[in-house]
Design a protein around this ligand. Sequence first.
Ligand SMILES: C[S@@+](CC[C@H](N)C(=O)[O-])C[C@H]1O[C@@H](n2cnc3c(N)ncnc32)[C@H](O)[C@@H]1O
Length: 227
Amino acid sequence: MKVRADQRFKNVYWILNGKKQLATKNLVPGQKVYDEVIKHIKGIEYRIWNPYRSKLAAAIHKGLRTFPFKSSSRILYLGIASGTTASHISDIIGDSGIIFGIEIAQRVLRDLLPVAADRKNIVPIMESARRPQNYCWIIPEIDIVYEDVAQPDQASIFIRNSDMFLRKGGYAFIAVKSSSIDVTLPPRKVYKLVEREVASAGKYKLIENVELSPYDPKHAMIVFKKL
Ligand SMILES: C[S@@+](CC[C@H](N)C(=O)[O-])C[C@H]1O[C@@H](n2cnc3c(N)ncnc32)[C@H](O)[C@@H]1O
């Protein structure tokens, strides 16, 4: 079994073991967050990053080109749930970075609490992402907004939050579930609707759109940069 650092993305690894599996170095050795596979190589603990469980991992497998996550990144995560994807971002950004995680559902947030107790770079906030005015007092200027809320108005939720918190030149990732927006339209038409709505705000440039099939059929990761 061998490990290779990704050529383009900092703190992202590939474990080579007959197959090629995406992984991050465990920031909290011994801690599992979901049912991820753990590998020990030369005294270092890696967590396999499952593209069927995390849309960001799926996007990397599907050729994502933009990856601003690095040590000391400040991230606003809308729809953090129990922290599956956020825990890998937490591994990547390390102790000098921070993730403010907004989640509306009490049940999943309860599962995030022990994860955040061990990972000092995750701050869970129970609130609706539709009400950024209720958490603006705790959020500083942000480098990356990551949104995965699967809601029909997710473009407008994204715009409201990014207008308030994202720095100029910062990046925004929107995981779009087409059926949450319009189940009657073909997914690509839905992605275009989201792209147009965000572009119409006049502050965001479309960088790329990565379709996540076969890991997450009818989902895309759309990336914008704030002008
Ligand atoms: C698809 S899950 C997120 C999975 C998570 N991003 C991951 O990859 O680990 C969507 C989450 O968004 C949350 N959500 C939905 N509407 C929300 C809102 N208005 N504000 C905050 N969270 C919301 C849901 O409760 C759910 O936990």
